[in-house]
Design a protein around this ligand. Sequence first.
Ligand code: PLP
Ligand code: COI
Length: 336
Amino acid sequence: MYMKIDWEKLGFQFMPTKSNIRFTWKDGKWSSGRLCSDTDITMSIAANCLHYGQAMFEGLKAFACEDGKVRVFRPDANSRRLNTTTSYLLMPEVPEEMFLDAVRTVVKDNIDYVPPYGTGGSLYIRPVMVGTAATIGIAPSNEYEFIILVVPVGPYYKGGIKPVRALINDDYDRAAPNGTGHIKIAGNYAASLMPTKVAKDRGFDVALFLDAAKHEYVEEFGTSNFAGITKDGTYVTPDSSSILCSITNDSLIQTAEDLGIKVERRKIHKSELPEFVEVGACGTAVVITPVSEIVHKDNVFRYGEEMGPVLRKLYDRLTGIQVGEQPDTHHWLIEI
Ligand code: PLP
Ligand code: COI
């Protein structure tokens, strides 16, 4: 144990851990990975990522399971999504084997930072890639750093899975229809800082975005995908080319099908918001966070102060699989 951590009180904040793993792309190839205890990096003042935003990241988690083993949830899916992002940003591909080995190595080296089974915490794994070559004319970098850092985390929003309130604000958009909303680039999050601040200043926890072209259809939250449960118990989630393809949402859809819950992935018109009986935000960091209220202009839609029964069933099953209490029938977990 390297420092005393109050596992039950963990939130979602950075803290230094034993190590991170780093790779450098130079002369058209990746270096081998090196474990570093340093949490700083040095780069040119003209580095591409600082000026032109060649910066992307991923997010996944490792869990201490009931049988004492540590397992990572669906790293192969994050590897695929990472390469969708790097390909769009003209960054180098990370071969899946290199990614999975790096995840295994860094989690193993930081095993003392994996929150113990039963605390509700997990080890958040954050891969990040940045273009580092000095670039003054706009062009892709020819040098990159790929780093995977790890941080023990608890709930993303204060109060655990306490419901959050969401604001739809037509003054702001997250991502254009043919833009970069479907990939995990740093710029998408920069674009959501102001709408999130405005929402927070007005007493909300999170911003919910509509489609940027018409402001007619529900897209996603700044941190996570949208899922609504209809009166007849159907799990409905938006189909859009400008939202992130959430691995949690994909897992929930599969889990819902396993539990005999009907699933629809389709466009959700904003006029349907009052029809849902439960709404949840889903993602690696937020898991499934219930949404108690969505406000849009003068309309207030309420979904209850507790997680509803359908989302609860899905939450219990998914989190049960992640810590080995439920069978991992889809082979989502990779043992460290
Ligand atoms: N949507 C956005 C904007 C996100 O930042 C995230 C988090 O990664 C998600 C959705 C959920 O994706 P995942 O479940 O793969 O973490
Ligand atoms: C994640 O869930 O992994 C994310 O990247 C979302 C971010 C709000 C922390």
